[in-house]
Design a protein around this ligand. Sequence first.
Ligand SMILES: [Zn+2]
Ligand SMILES: [Zn+2]
Length: 255
Amino acid sequence: MVRYCSLGSGSRGNATLVADGDQALLIDCGFSRKNVLQRVLESECPVEQLQGVLVTHEHSDHAKGVQSLCEALDIPFYCSHGTARKMQWQSHELWRCITAEEAITVAGIQVMPVVVPHDALEPLQFVLRSRADRVLGVLSDLGSLTPHVLSHYRQCHGLQVEANHDPFMLQNGPYPPSLRARVAGQYGHLSNQQCAELIRASLWSGLQSVSAGHISEKNNDEQLVRQMLAQVLSCQPEEVQLLSQDEVSPWQQLN
Ligand SMILES: [Zn+2]
Ligand SMILES: [Zn+2]
């Protein structure tokens, strides 16, 4: 049975744990080794079960603790050539090069890397398929919903997606104009509206669980995310699952 939990989500660090049977993988490690190991402990997933770390891109809120963690546990990390180049990992013995559209298997889980529009060298996001054919789509750090992205994230049983900002709060918030333009741009981050649009496009009878993360602390408000997603999910605002920066989320299981 595949299950997953967020060890933390937001601009100060991201990591998602995915486990199938007695094997697990991590998507991103944007926390220090010490911090992420504490969070793994809190999740109650035995750290020995970790088989590898998938890295979406080089931004420090995703990649900061990858090398240190993997060296300590002696497990491989997987990322694109562009990400490895930026991180100077090309000659690291634990690096495994992955390529968009070429599935790999880590911890018994089939991983499909998907190209996304984001201001990194070669960013990838991941669609995971468990042994029992349950599909989890993990998607953050992208500025726009391309037809390519939408086609890959259809028919997921679980979705963990980015709801980064409210456009009005961003435009009237504390960020300088250049950073504002970056976040709102085609290669920035998904707004609440874009998040809702992705979910709407991905609705189908098999969808069991949706959670929203990478929520900006300065340019968003949890109530706005809840209201926006409750509409598209036809649920109450308080039922919308949001990921937090500081808390390890409950496990979600895909049946
Ligand atoms: Zn990020
Ligand atoms: Zn990023």
